[in-house]
Ligand binder design. Sequence first.
Ligand SMILES: [Fe+2]
Length: 315
Amino acid sequence: MKASPPTEAPSRWRAGARHLRSSATTRVAGRPRLRKNAVRALKSLGGAIGYAAFVEPYWISLTHVDVPVPGLSPELDGYRIVHLTDIHHNLVSGPAFLESVVRTANSLDGDLVALTGDFVTHNPRRMPQCFRILSGLRAPDGIFATRGNHDYGLPLDRMSRIARRAGVRLLENEHETVSASRHRIAGGGDARIVVAGVGDLWEGHPNPSLALMGAPSDGVRVLLSHNPQVAEIVAPWHRVAIQLSGHTHGGQVRPFHRPLRMLSDGTAKYASGLVEAPATRVYVSRGVGTSALRLRWNCRPEIALVVLRSVPGEP
Ligand SMILES: [Fe+2]
């Protein structure tokens, strides 16, 4: 004889059964969903970190910057300066990467190359190898450099010798005047460029007056300074047409397109790009390498081609 089910379960049973059903549902459906979301989040975080560590630091961008120079002689209109900065030669910015940077820089057909410091990060023993690779740079009017805050691990004369062997002229509060070889004046004269370099703001003693002392008045003046804030001590009588700088790395890691680092030291105005300073213009490059965090996010490494453009006005 078959037992018939109870027609009405006691209310305590019904409540208990409802509770059991709801906890079972939570265990079966709720935890896997949580786990799935956590896995998805970890995957996207891992992907983001992988991208910031292994993709963007090697994804060089080329920037073409036209710089208006009032009173620039028409012969120099279109003068091309290839600007590299903050190489930070290390395992991330290693030999193969740096060789590809040199090849790309040479493809820009610059008249002159400007290197604005931070060739290494903490290890000055990497300096010779860094300059050996940079010796592949080519420019008819020369390759000039200045030191960044990370380059003071070697004495100046030692670093100058390493640079000279690579065909690079290191400038520390001094200048050199070069004839613009591809821009000769029809009458036989020379169009001249004054390239000046100053010491680093943090580790050295930047002195634009000393750097430009005795510079000819007719040459267009280009100032190399690792730290862009030196522009605040450049005066109108220095007549600097353009200052080339780095140091900020453009922020390097920019979640939501806002830099994580750098703002605390007051360089926000000079984060990156072409900036109007009190007495000159500054081009601040995002640089080639990385320091501190070896990551880049929304802030690709950069090689800049700075082109001087003649505009009416007093030099
Ligand atoms: Fe740097």
